[in-house]
Design a protein around this ligand. Structure first.
Ligand SMILES: Cc1cc2nc3c(=O)[nH]c(=O)nc-3n(C[C@H](O)[C@H](O)[C@H](O)COP(=O)(O)O)c2cc1C
Length: 219
């Protein structure tokens, strides 16, 4: 696949089929991701992947904790929408409007969106990106590059993805399942799978602001 096609074909999917991803594909995708640049080649990441029985347990517990009304407590702090920069708030609002509109602007549509979160998107595998809690701030930049390279490689393998806070909002559960130490940050999760492409929830191709609204080139 051409790189440009992978960049434009990647989009977040929120409902995956039951088809499994082979370990060989998972390993190759993570190997590709490890080509991401990092500060002085520090490669600060650790990667944990849940699939099969382990993932089934995580999904079940996630649903139970959600049902019990337990709030998220991600290792990276979240801030209220109103505290984001004005431009980001505006873009988030436009995204919410687009999602609702494309799902049909009704209760059933927004329920479907919430349900997908609750079910961890029925992912075939979840990749957890982990950093030491005392990692340099720069390592978060490195981890972002790692995550995007991973998702582009997945696209190249015909595998769809979604990076999501939802996947890491109960980090202690993940720490316990994988026996990850308290000194490690479960920074981000990426769900992988073969998307049910006919589902409306998987047909949201998000817009971007025009490049001239955020780009400055000076000669
Ligand atoms: C840090 C981060 C956290 C996200 N968390 C969620 C989430 O919890 N639930 C969700 O449905 N999408 C989540 N997303 C996906 C974004 O909504 C999505 O990337 C954005 O709307 C752009 O759409 P696209 O990925 O299809 O291009 C997250 C994305 C990022 C980068």
């Amino acid at each position: 696949m051409e790189l440009k096609d992978a960049i434009y074909e990647r989009q977040s999917m929120r409902d995956f089929s039951d088809r499994e991803i082979s370990d060989a594909d998972l390993k190759e995708i993570v190997t590709d991701a490890s080509r991401a640049p990092s500060w002085a080649n520090s490669q600060p990441w650790q990667v944990f992947i849940a699939k099969g029985g382990m993932l089934a347990r995580i999904k079940q517990q996630h649903a139970e904790w959600d049902n019990a009304g337990r709030g998220g407590n991600s290792d990276i702090d979240t801030i209220h929408r109103g505290e984001w920069a004005p431009v980001a708030q505006q873009n988030m609002q436009q995204w919410s409007n687009q999602v609702l509109q494309e799902l049909g602007n009704n209760m059933a549509a927004s329920m479907k969106f919430s349900k997908s979160q609750h079910q961890l998107f029925n992912a075939s595998a979840i990749v957890y990106l982990v950093l030491p809690k005392d990692a340099a701030g720069w390592s978060l930049y490195d981890l972002g590059a790692f995550g995007q390279t991973l998702m582009l490689s997945a696209t190249d393998h015909g595998i769809q993805s979604i990076p999501a806070y939802e996947l890491v909002k109960f980090p202690n559960m993940i720490r316990k399942e994988f026996k990850i130490g308290d000194n490690q940050m479960i920074a981000m999760g990426i769900a992988l799978g073969y998307a049910k492409t006919d589902e409306a929830i998987n047909q949201i191709y998000t817009k971007r602001t025009p490049v001239d609204s955020f780009l400055t080139i000076k000669d």
